[in-house]
Write a protein that binds this ligand. Sequence first.
Ligand SMILES: Nc1ncnc2c1ncn2[C@@H]1O[C@H](COP(=O)(O)OC(=O)CCCC[C@@H]2CCSS2)[C@@H](O)[C@H]1O
Length: 327
Amino acid sequence: MYIIDSPSNNAYFNIATEEFLLSRFPTEDLFLLYVNAPSIIVGKFQNTLAEINLDFVKEKGIKVVRRMSGGGTVYHDLGNLNFSFHTVLGQHDFMDFSIFTEPVLTLLNGLGVPAVLQGRNDLLVEGRKFSGNAKLARQGKMIQHGTILIDSEMEILADALKVNPLKFIDKATKSNRSRVVNLREYLPAGTGTEEMKDLLKEEIIKNNPGAQRYTLTEDDVAQIEKLVAEKYETWDWNFGFSPNYNYRKAIKVPAGFIEVHLDVVKGNIDKAKIFGDFFAAKPIEELEEKLLGQKHEDAEIKKILVSEDLTEYFGKVTLEEIIQLFF
Ligand SMILES: Nc1ncnc2c1ncn2[C@@H]1O[C@H](COP(=O)(O)OC(=O)CCCC[C@@H]2CCSS2)[C@@H](O)[C@H]1O
């Protein structure tokens, strides 16, 4: 078994590393550890826009990354440690999460933290969640990975994941929102993500006597960076890959009430309808037409809106108000 400590705090890089290790790396048994700078990691089958607070995320420069495993959306920052087990498929019951959460629980219990596995894939302490876990299988291999909240910014976590559930209608996987907790409240003073990383490595070495440390080579890093550029930092993967959805939102402006309905297919607007009791000098169908085939993405929608005299459609409105209508 190889133990790999990621050299990067970049979420695009670390999520790409998981795919690289699964698809292009010869060794099957691996234990990877990484810590990401502020980021939101969305499950493979989720509707990204429905899971994140877009305005807040943009304002704070939080990265949004879709991962390969299923499940819900989590927030990462430098106070959250991620661990990832890679192995061949078929050695364990794929539905059972407990095999790979066991070392974490043993370590924490040994430190006096009353942590337990609850349900299928959450680790809790006194009823509050500090670890979410997910899995994936591909090409005869599997990954099970999880988070460990140690000292994260809980207010930012909550704000970044705060959404209006009424805007989207879709069949995407929904997140299971829970009460969360930082382990800092329970750990001996001075135990941060770095210390926890070392303790976890020791625990893994104890259980796997042949385990060796492996440092990603320049060639590994180059391949990972290629995956980042081609996939993990693209809008097409992080947002456009979302299952098709219907979007609706209404706003009240001085000119009246405006409501938009969109059908979004593979990230692109397939149908657009705008209703309301506003005064329109120009038929609203002209604006609807211009939206068709465009990405449901802020820069793209903004480009269309700035090229129009919006007051001709809506009466007294601002560009900002109309942009708000679309997200
Ligand atoms: N970092 C972190 N750790 C634990 N729980 C979290 C975290 N961030 C948010 N949450 C809570 O979990 C729910 C979502 O729970 P839900 O069960 O829907 O999703 C998960 O747990 C997915 C875990 C994915 C783990 C991967 C491992 C490496 S890359 S990401 C969210 O609404 C919050 O209430």
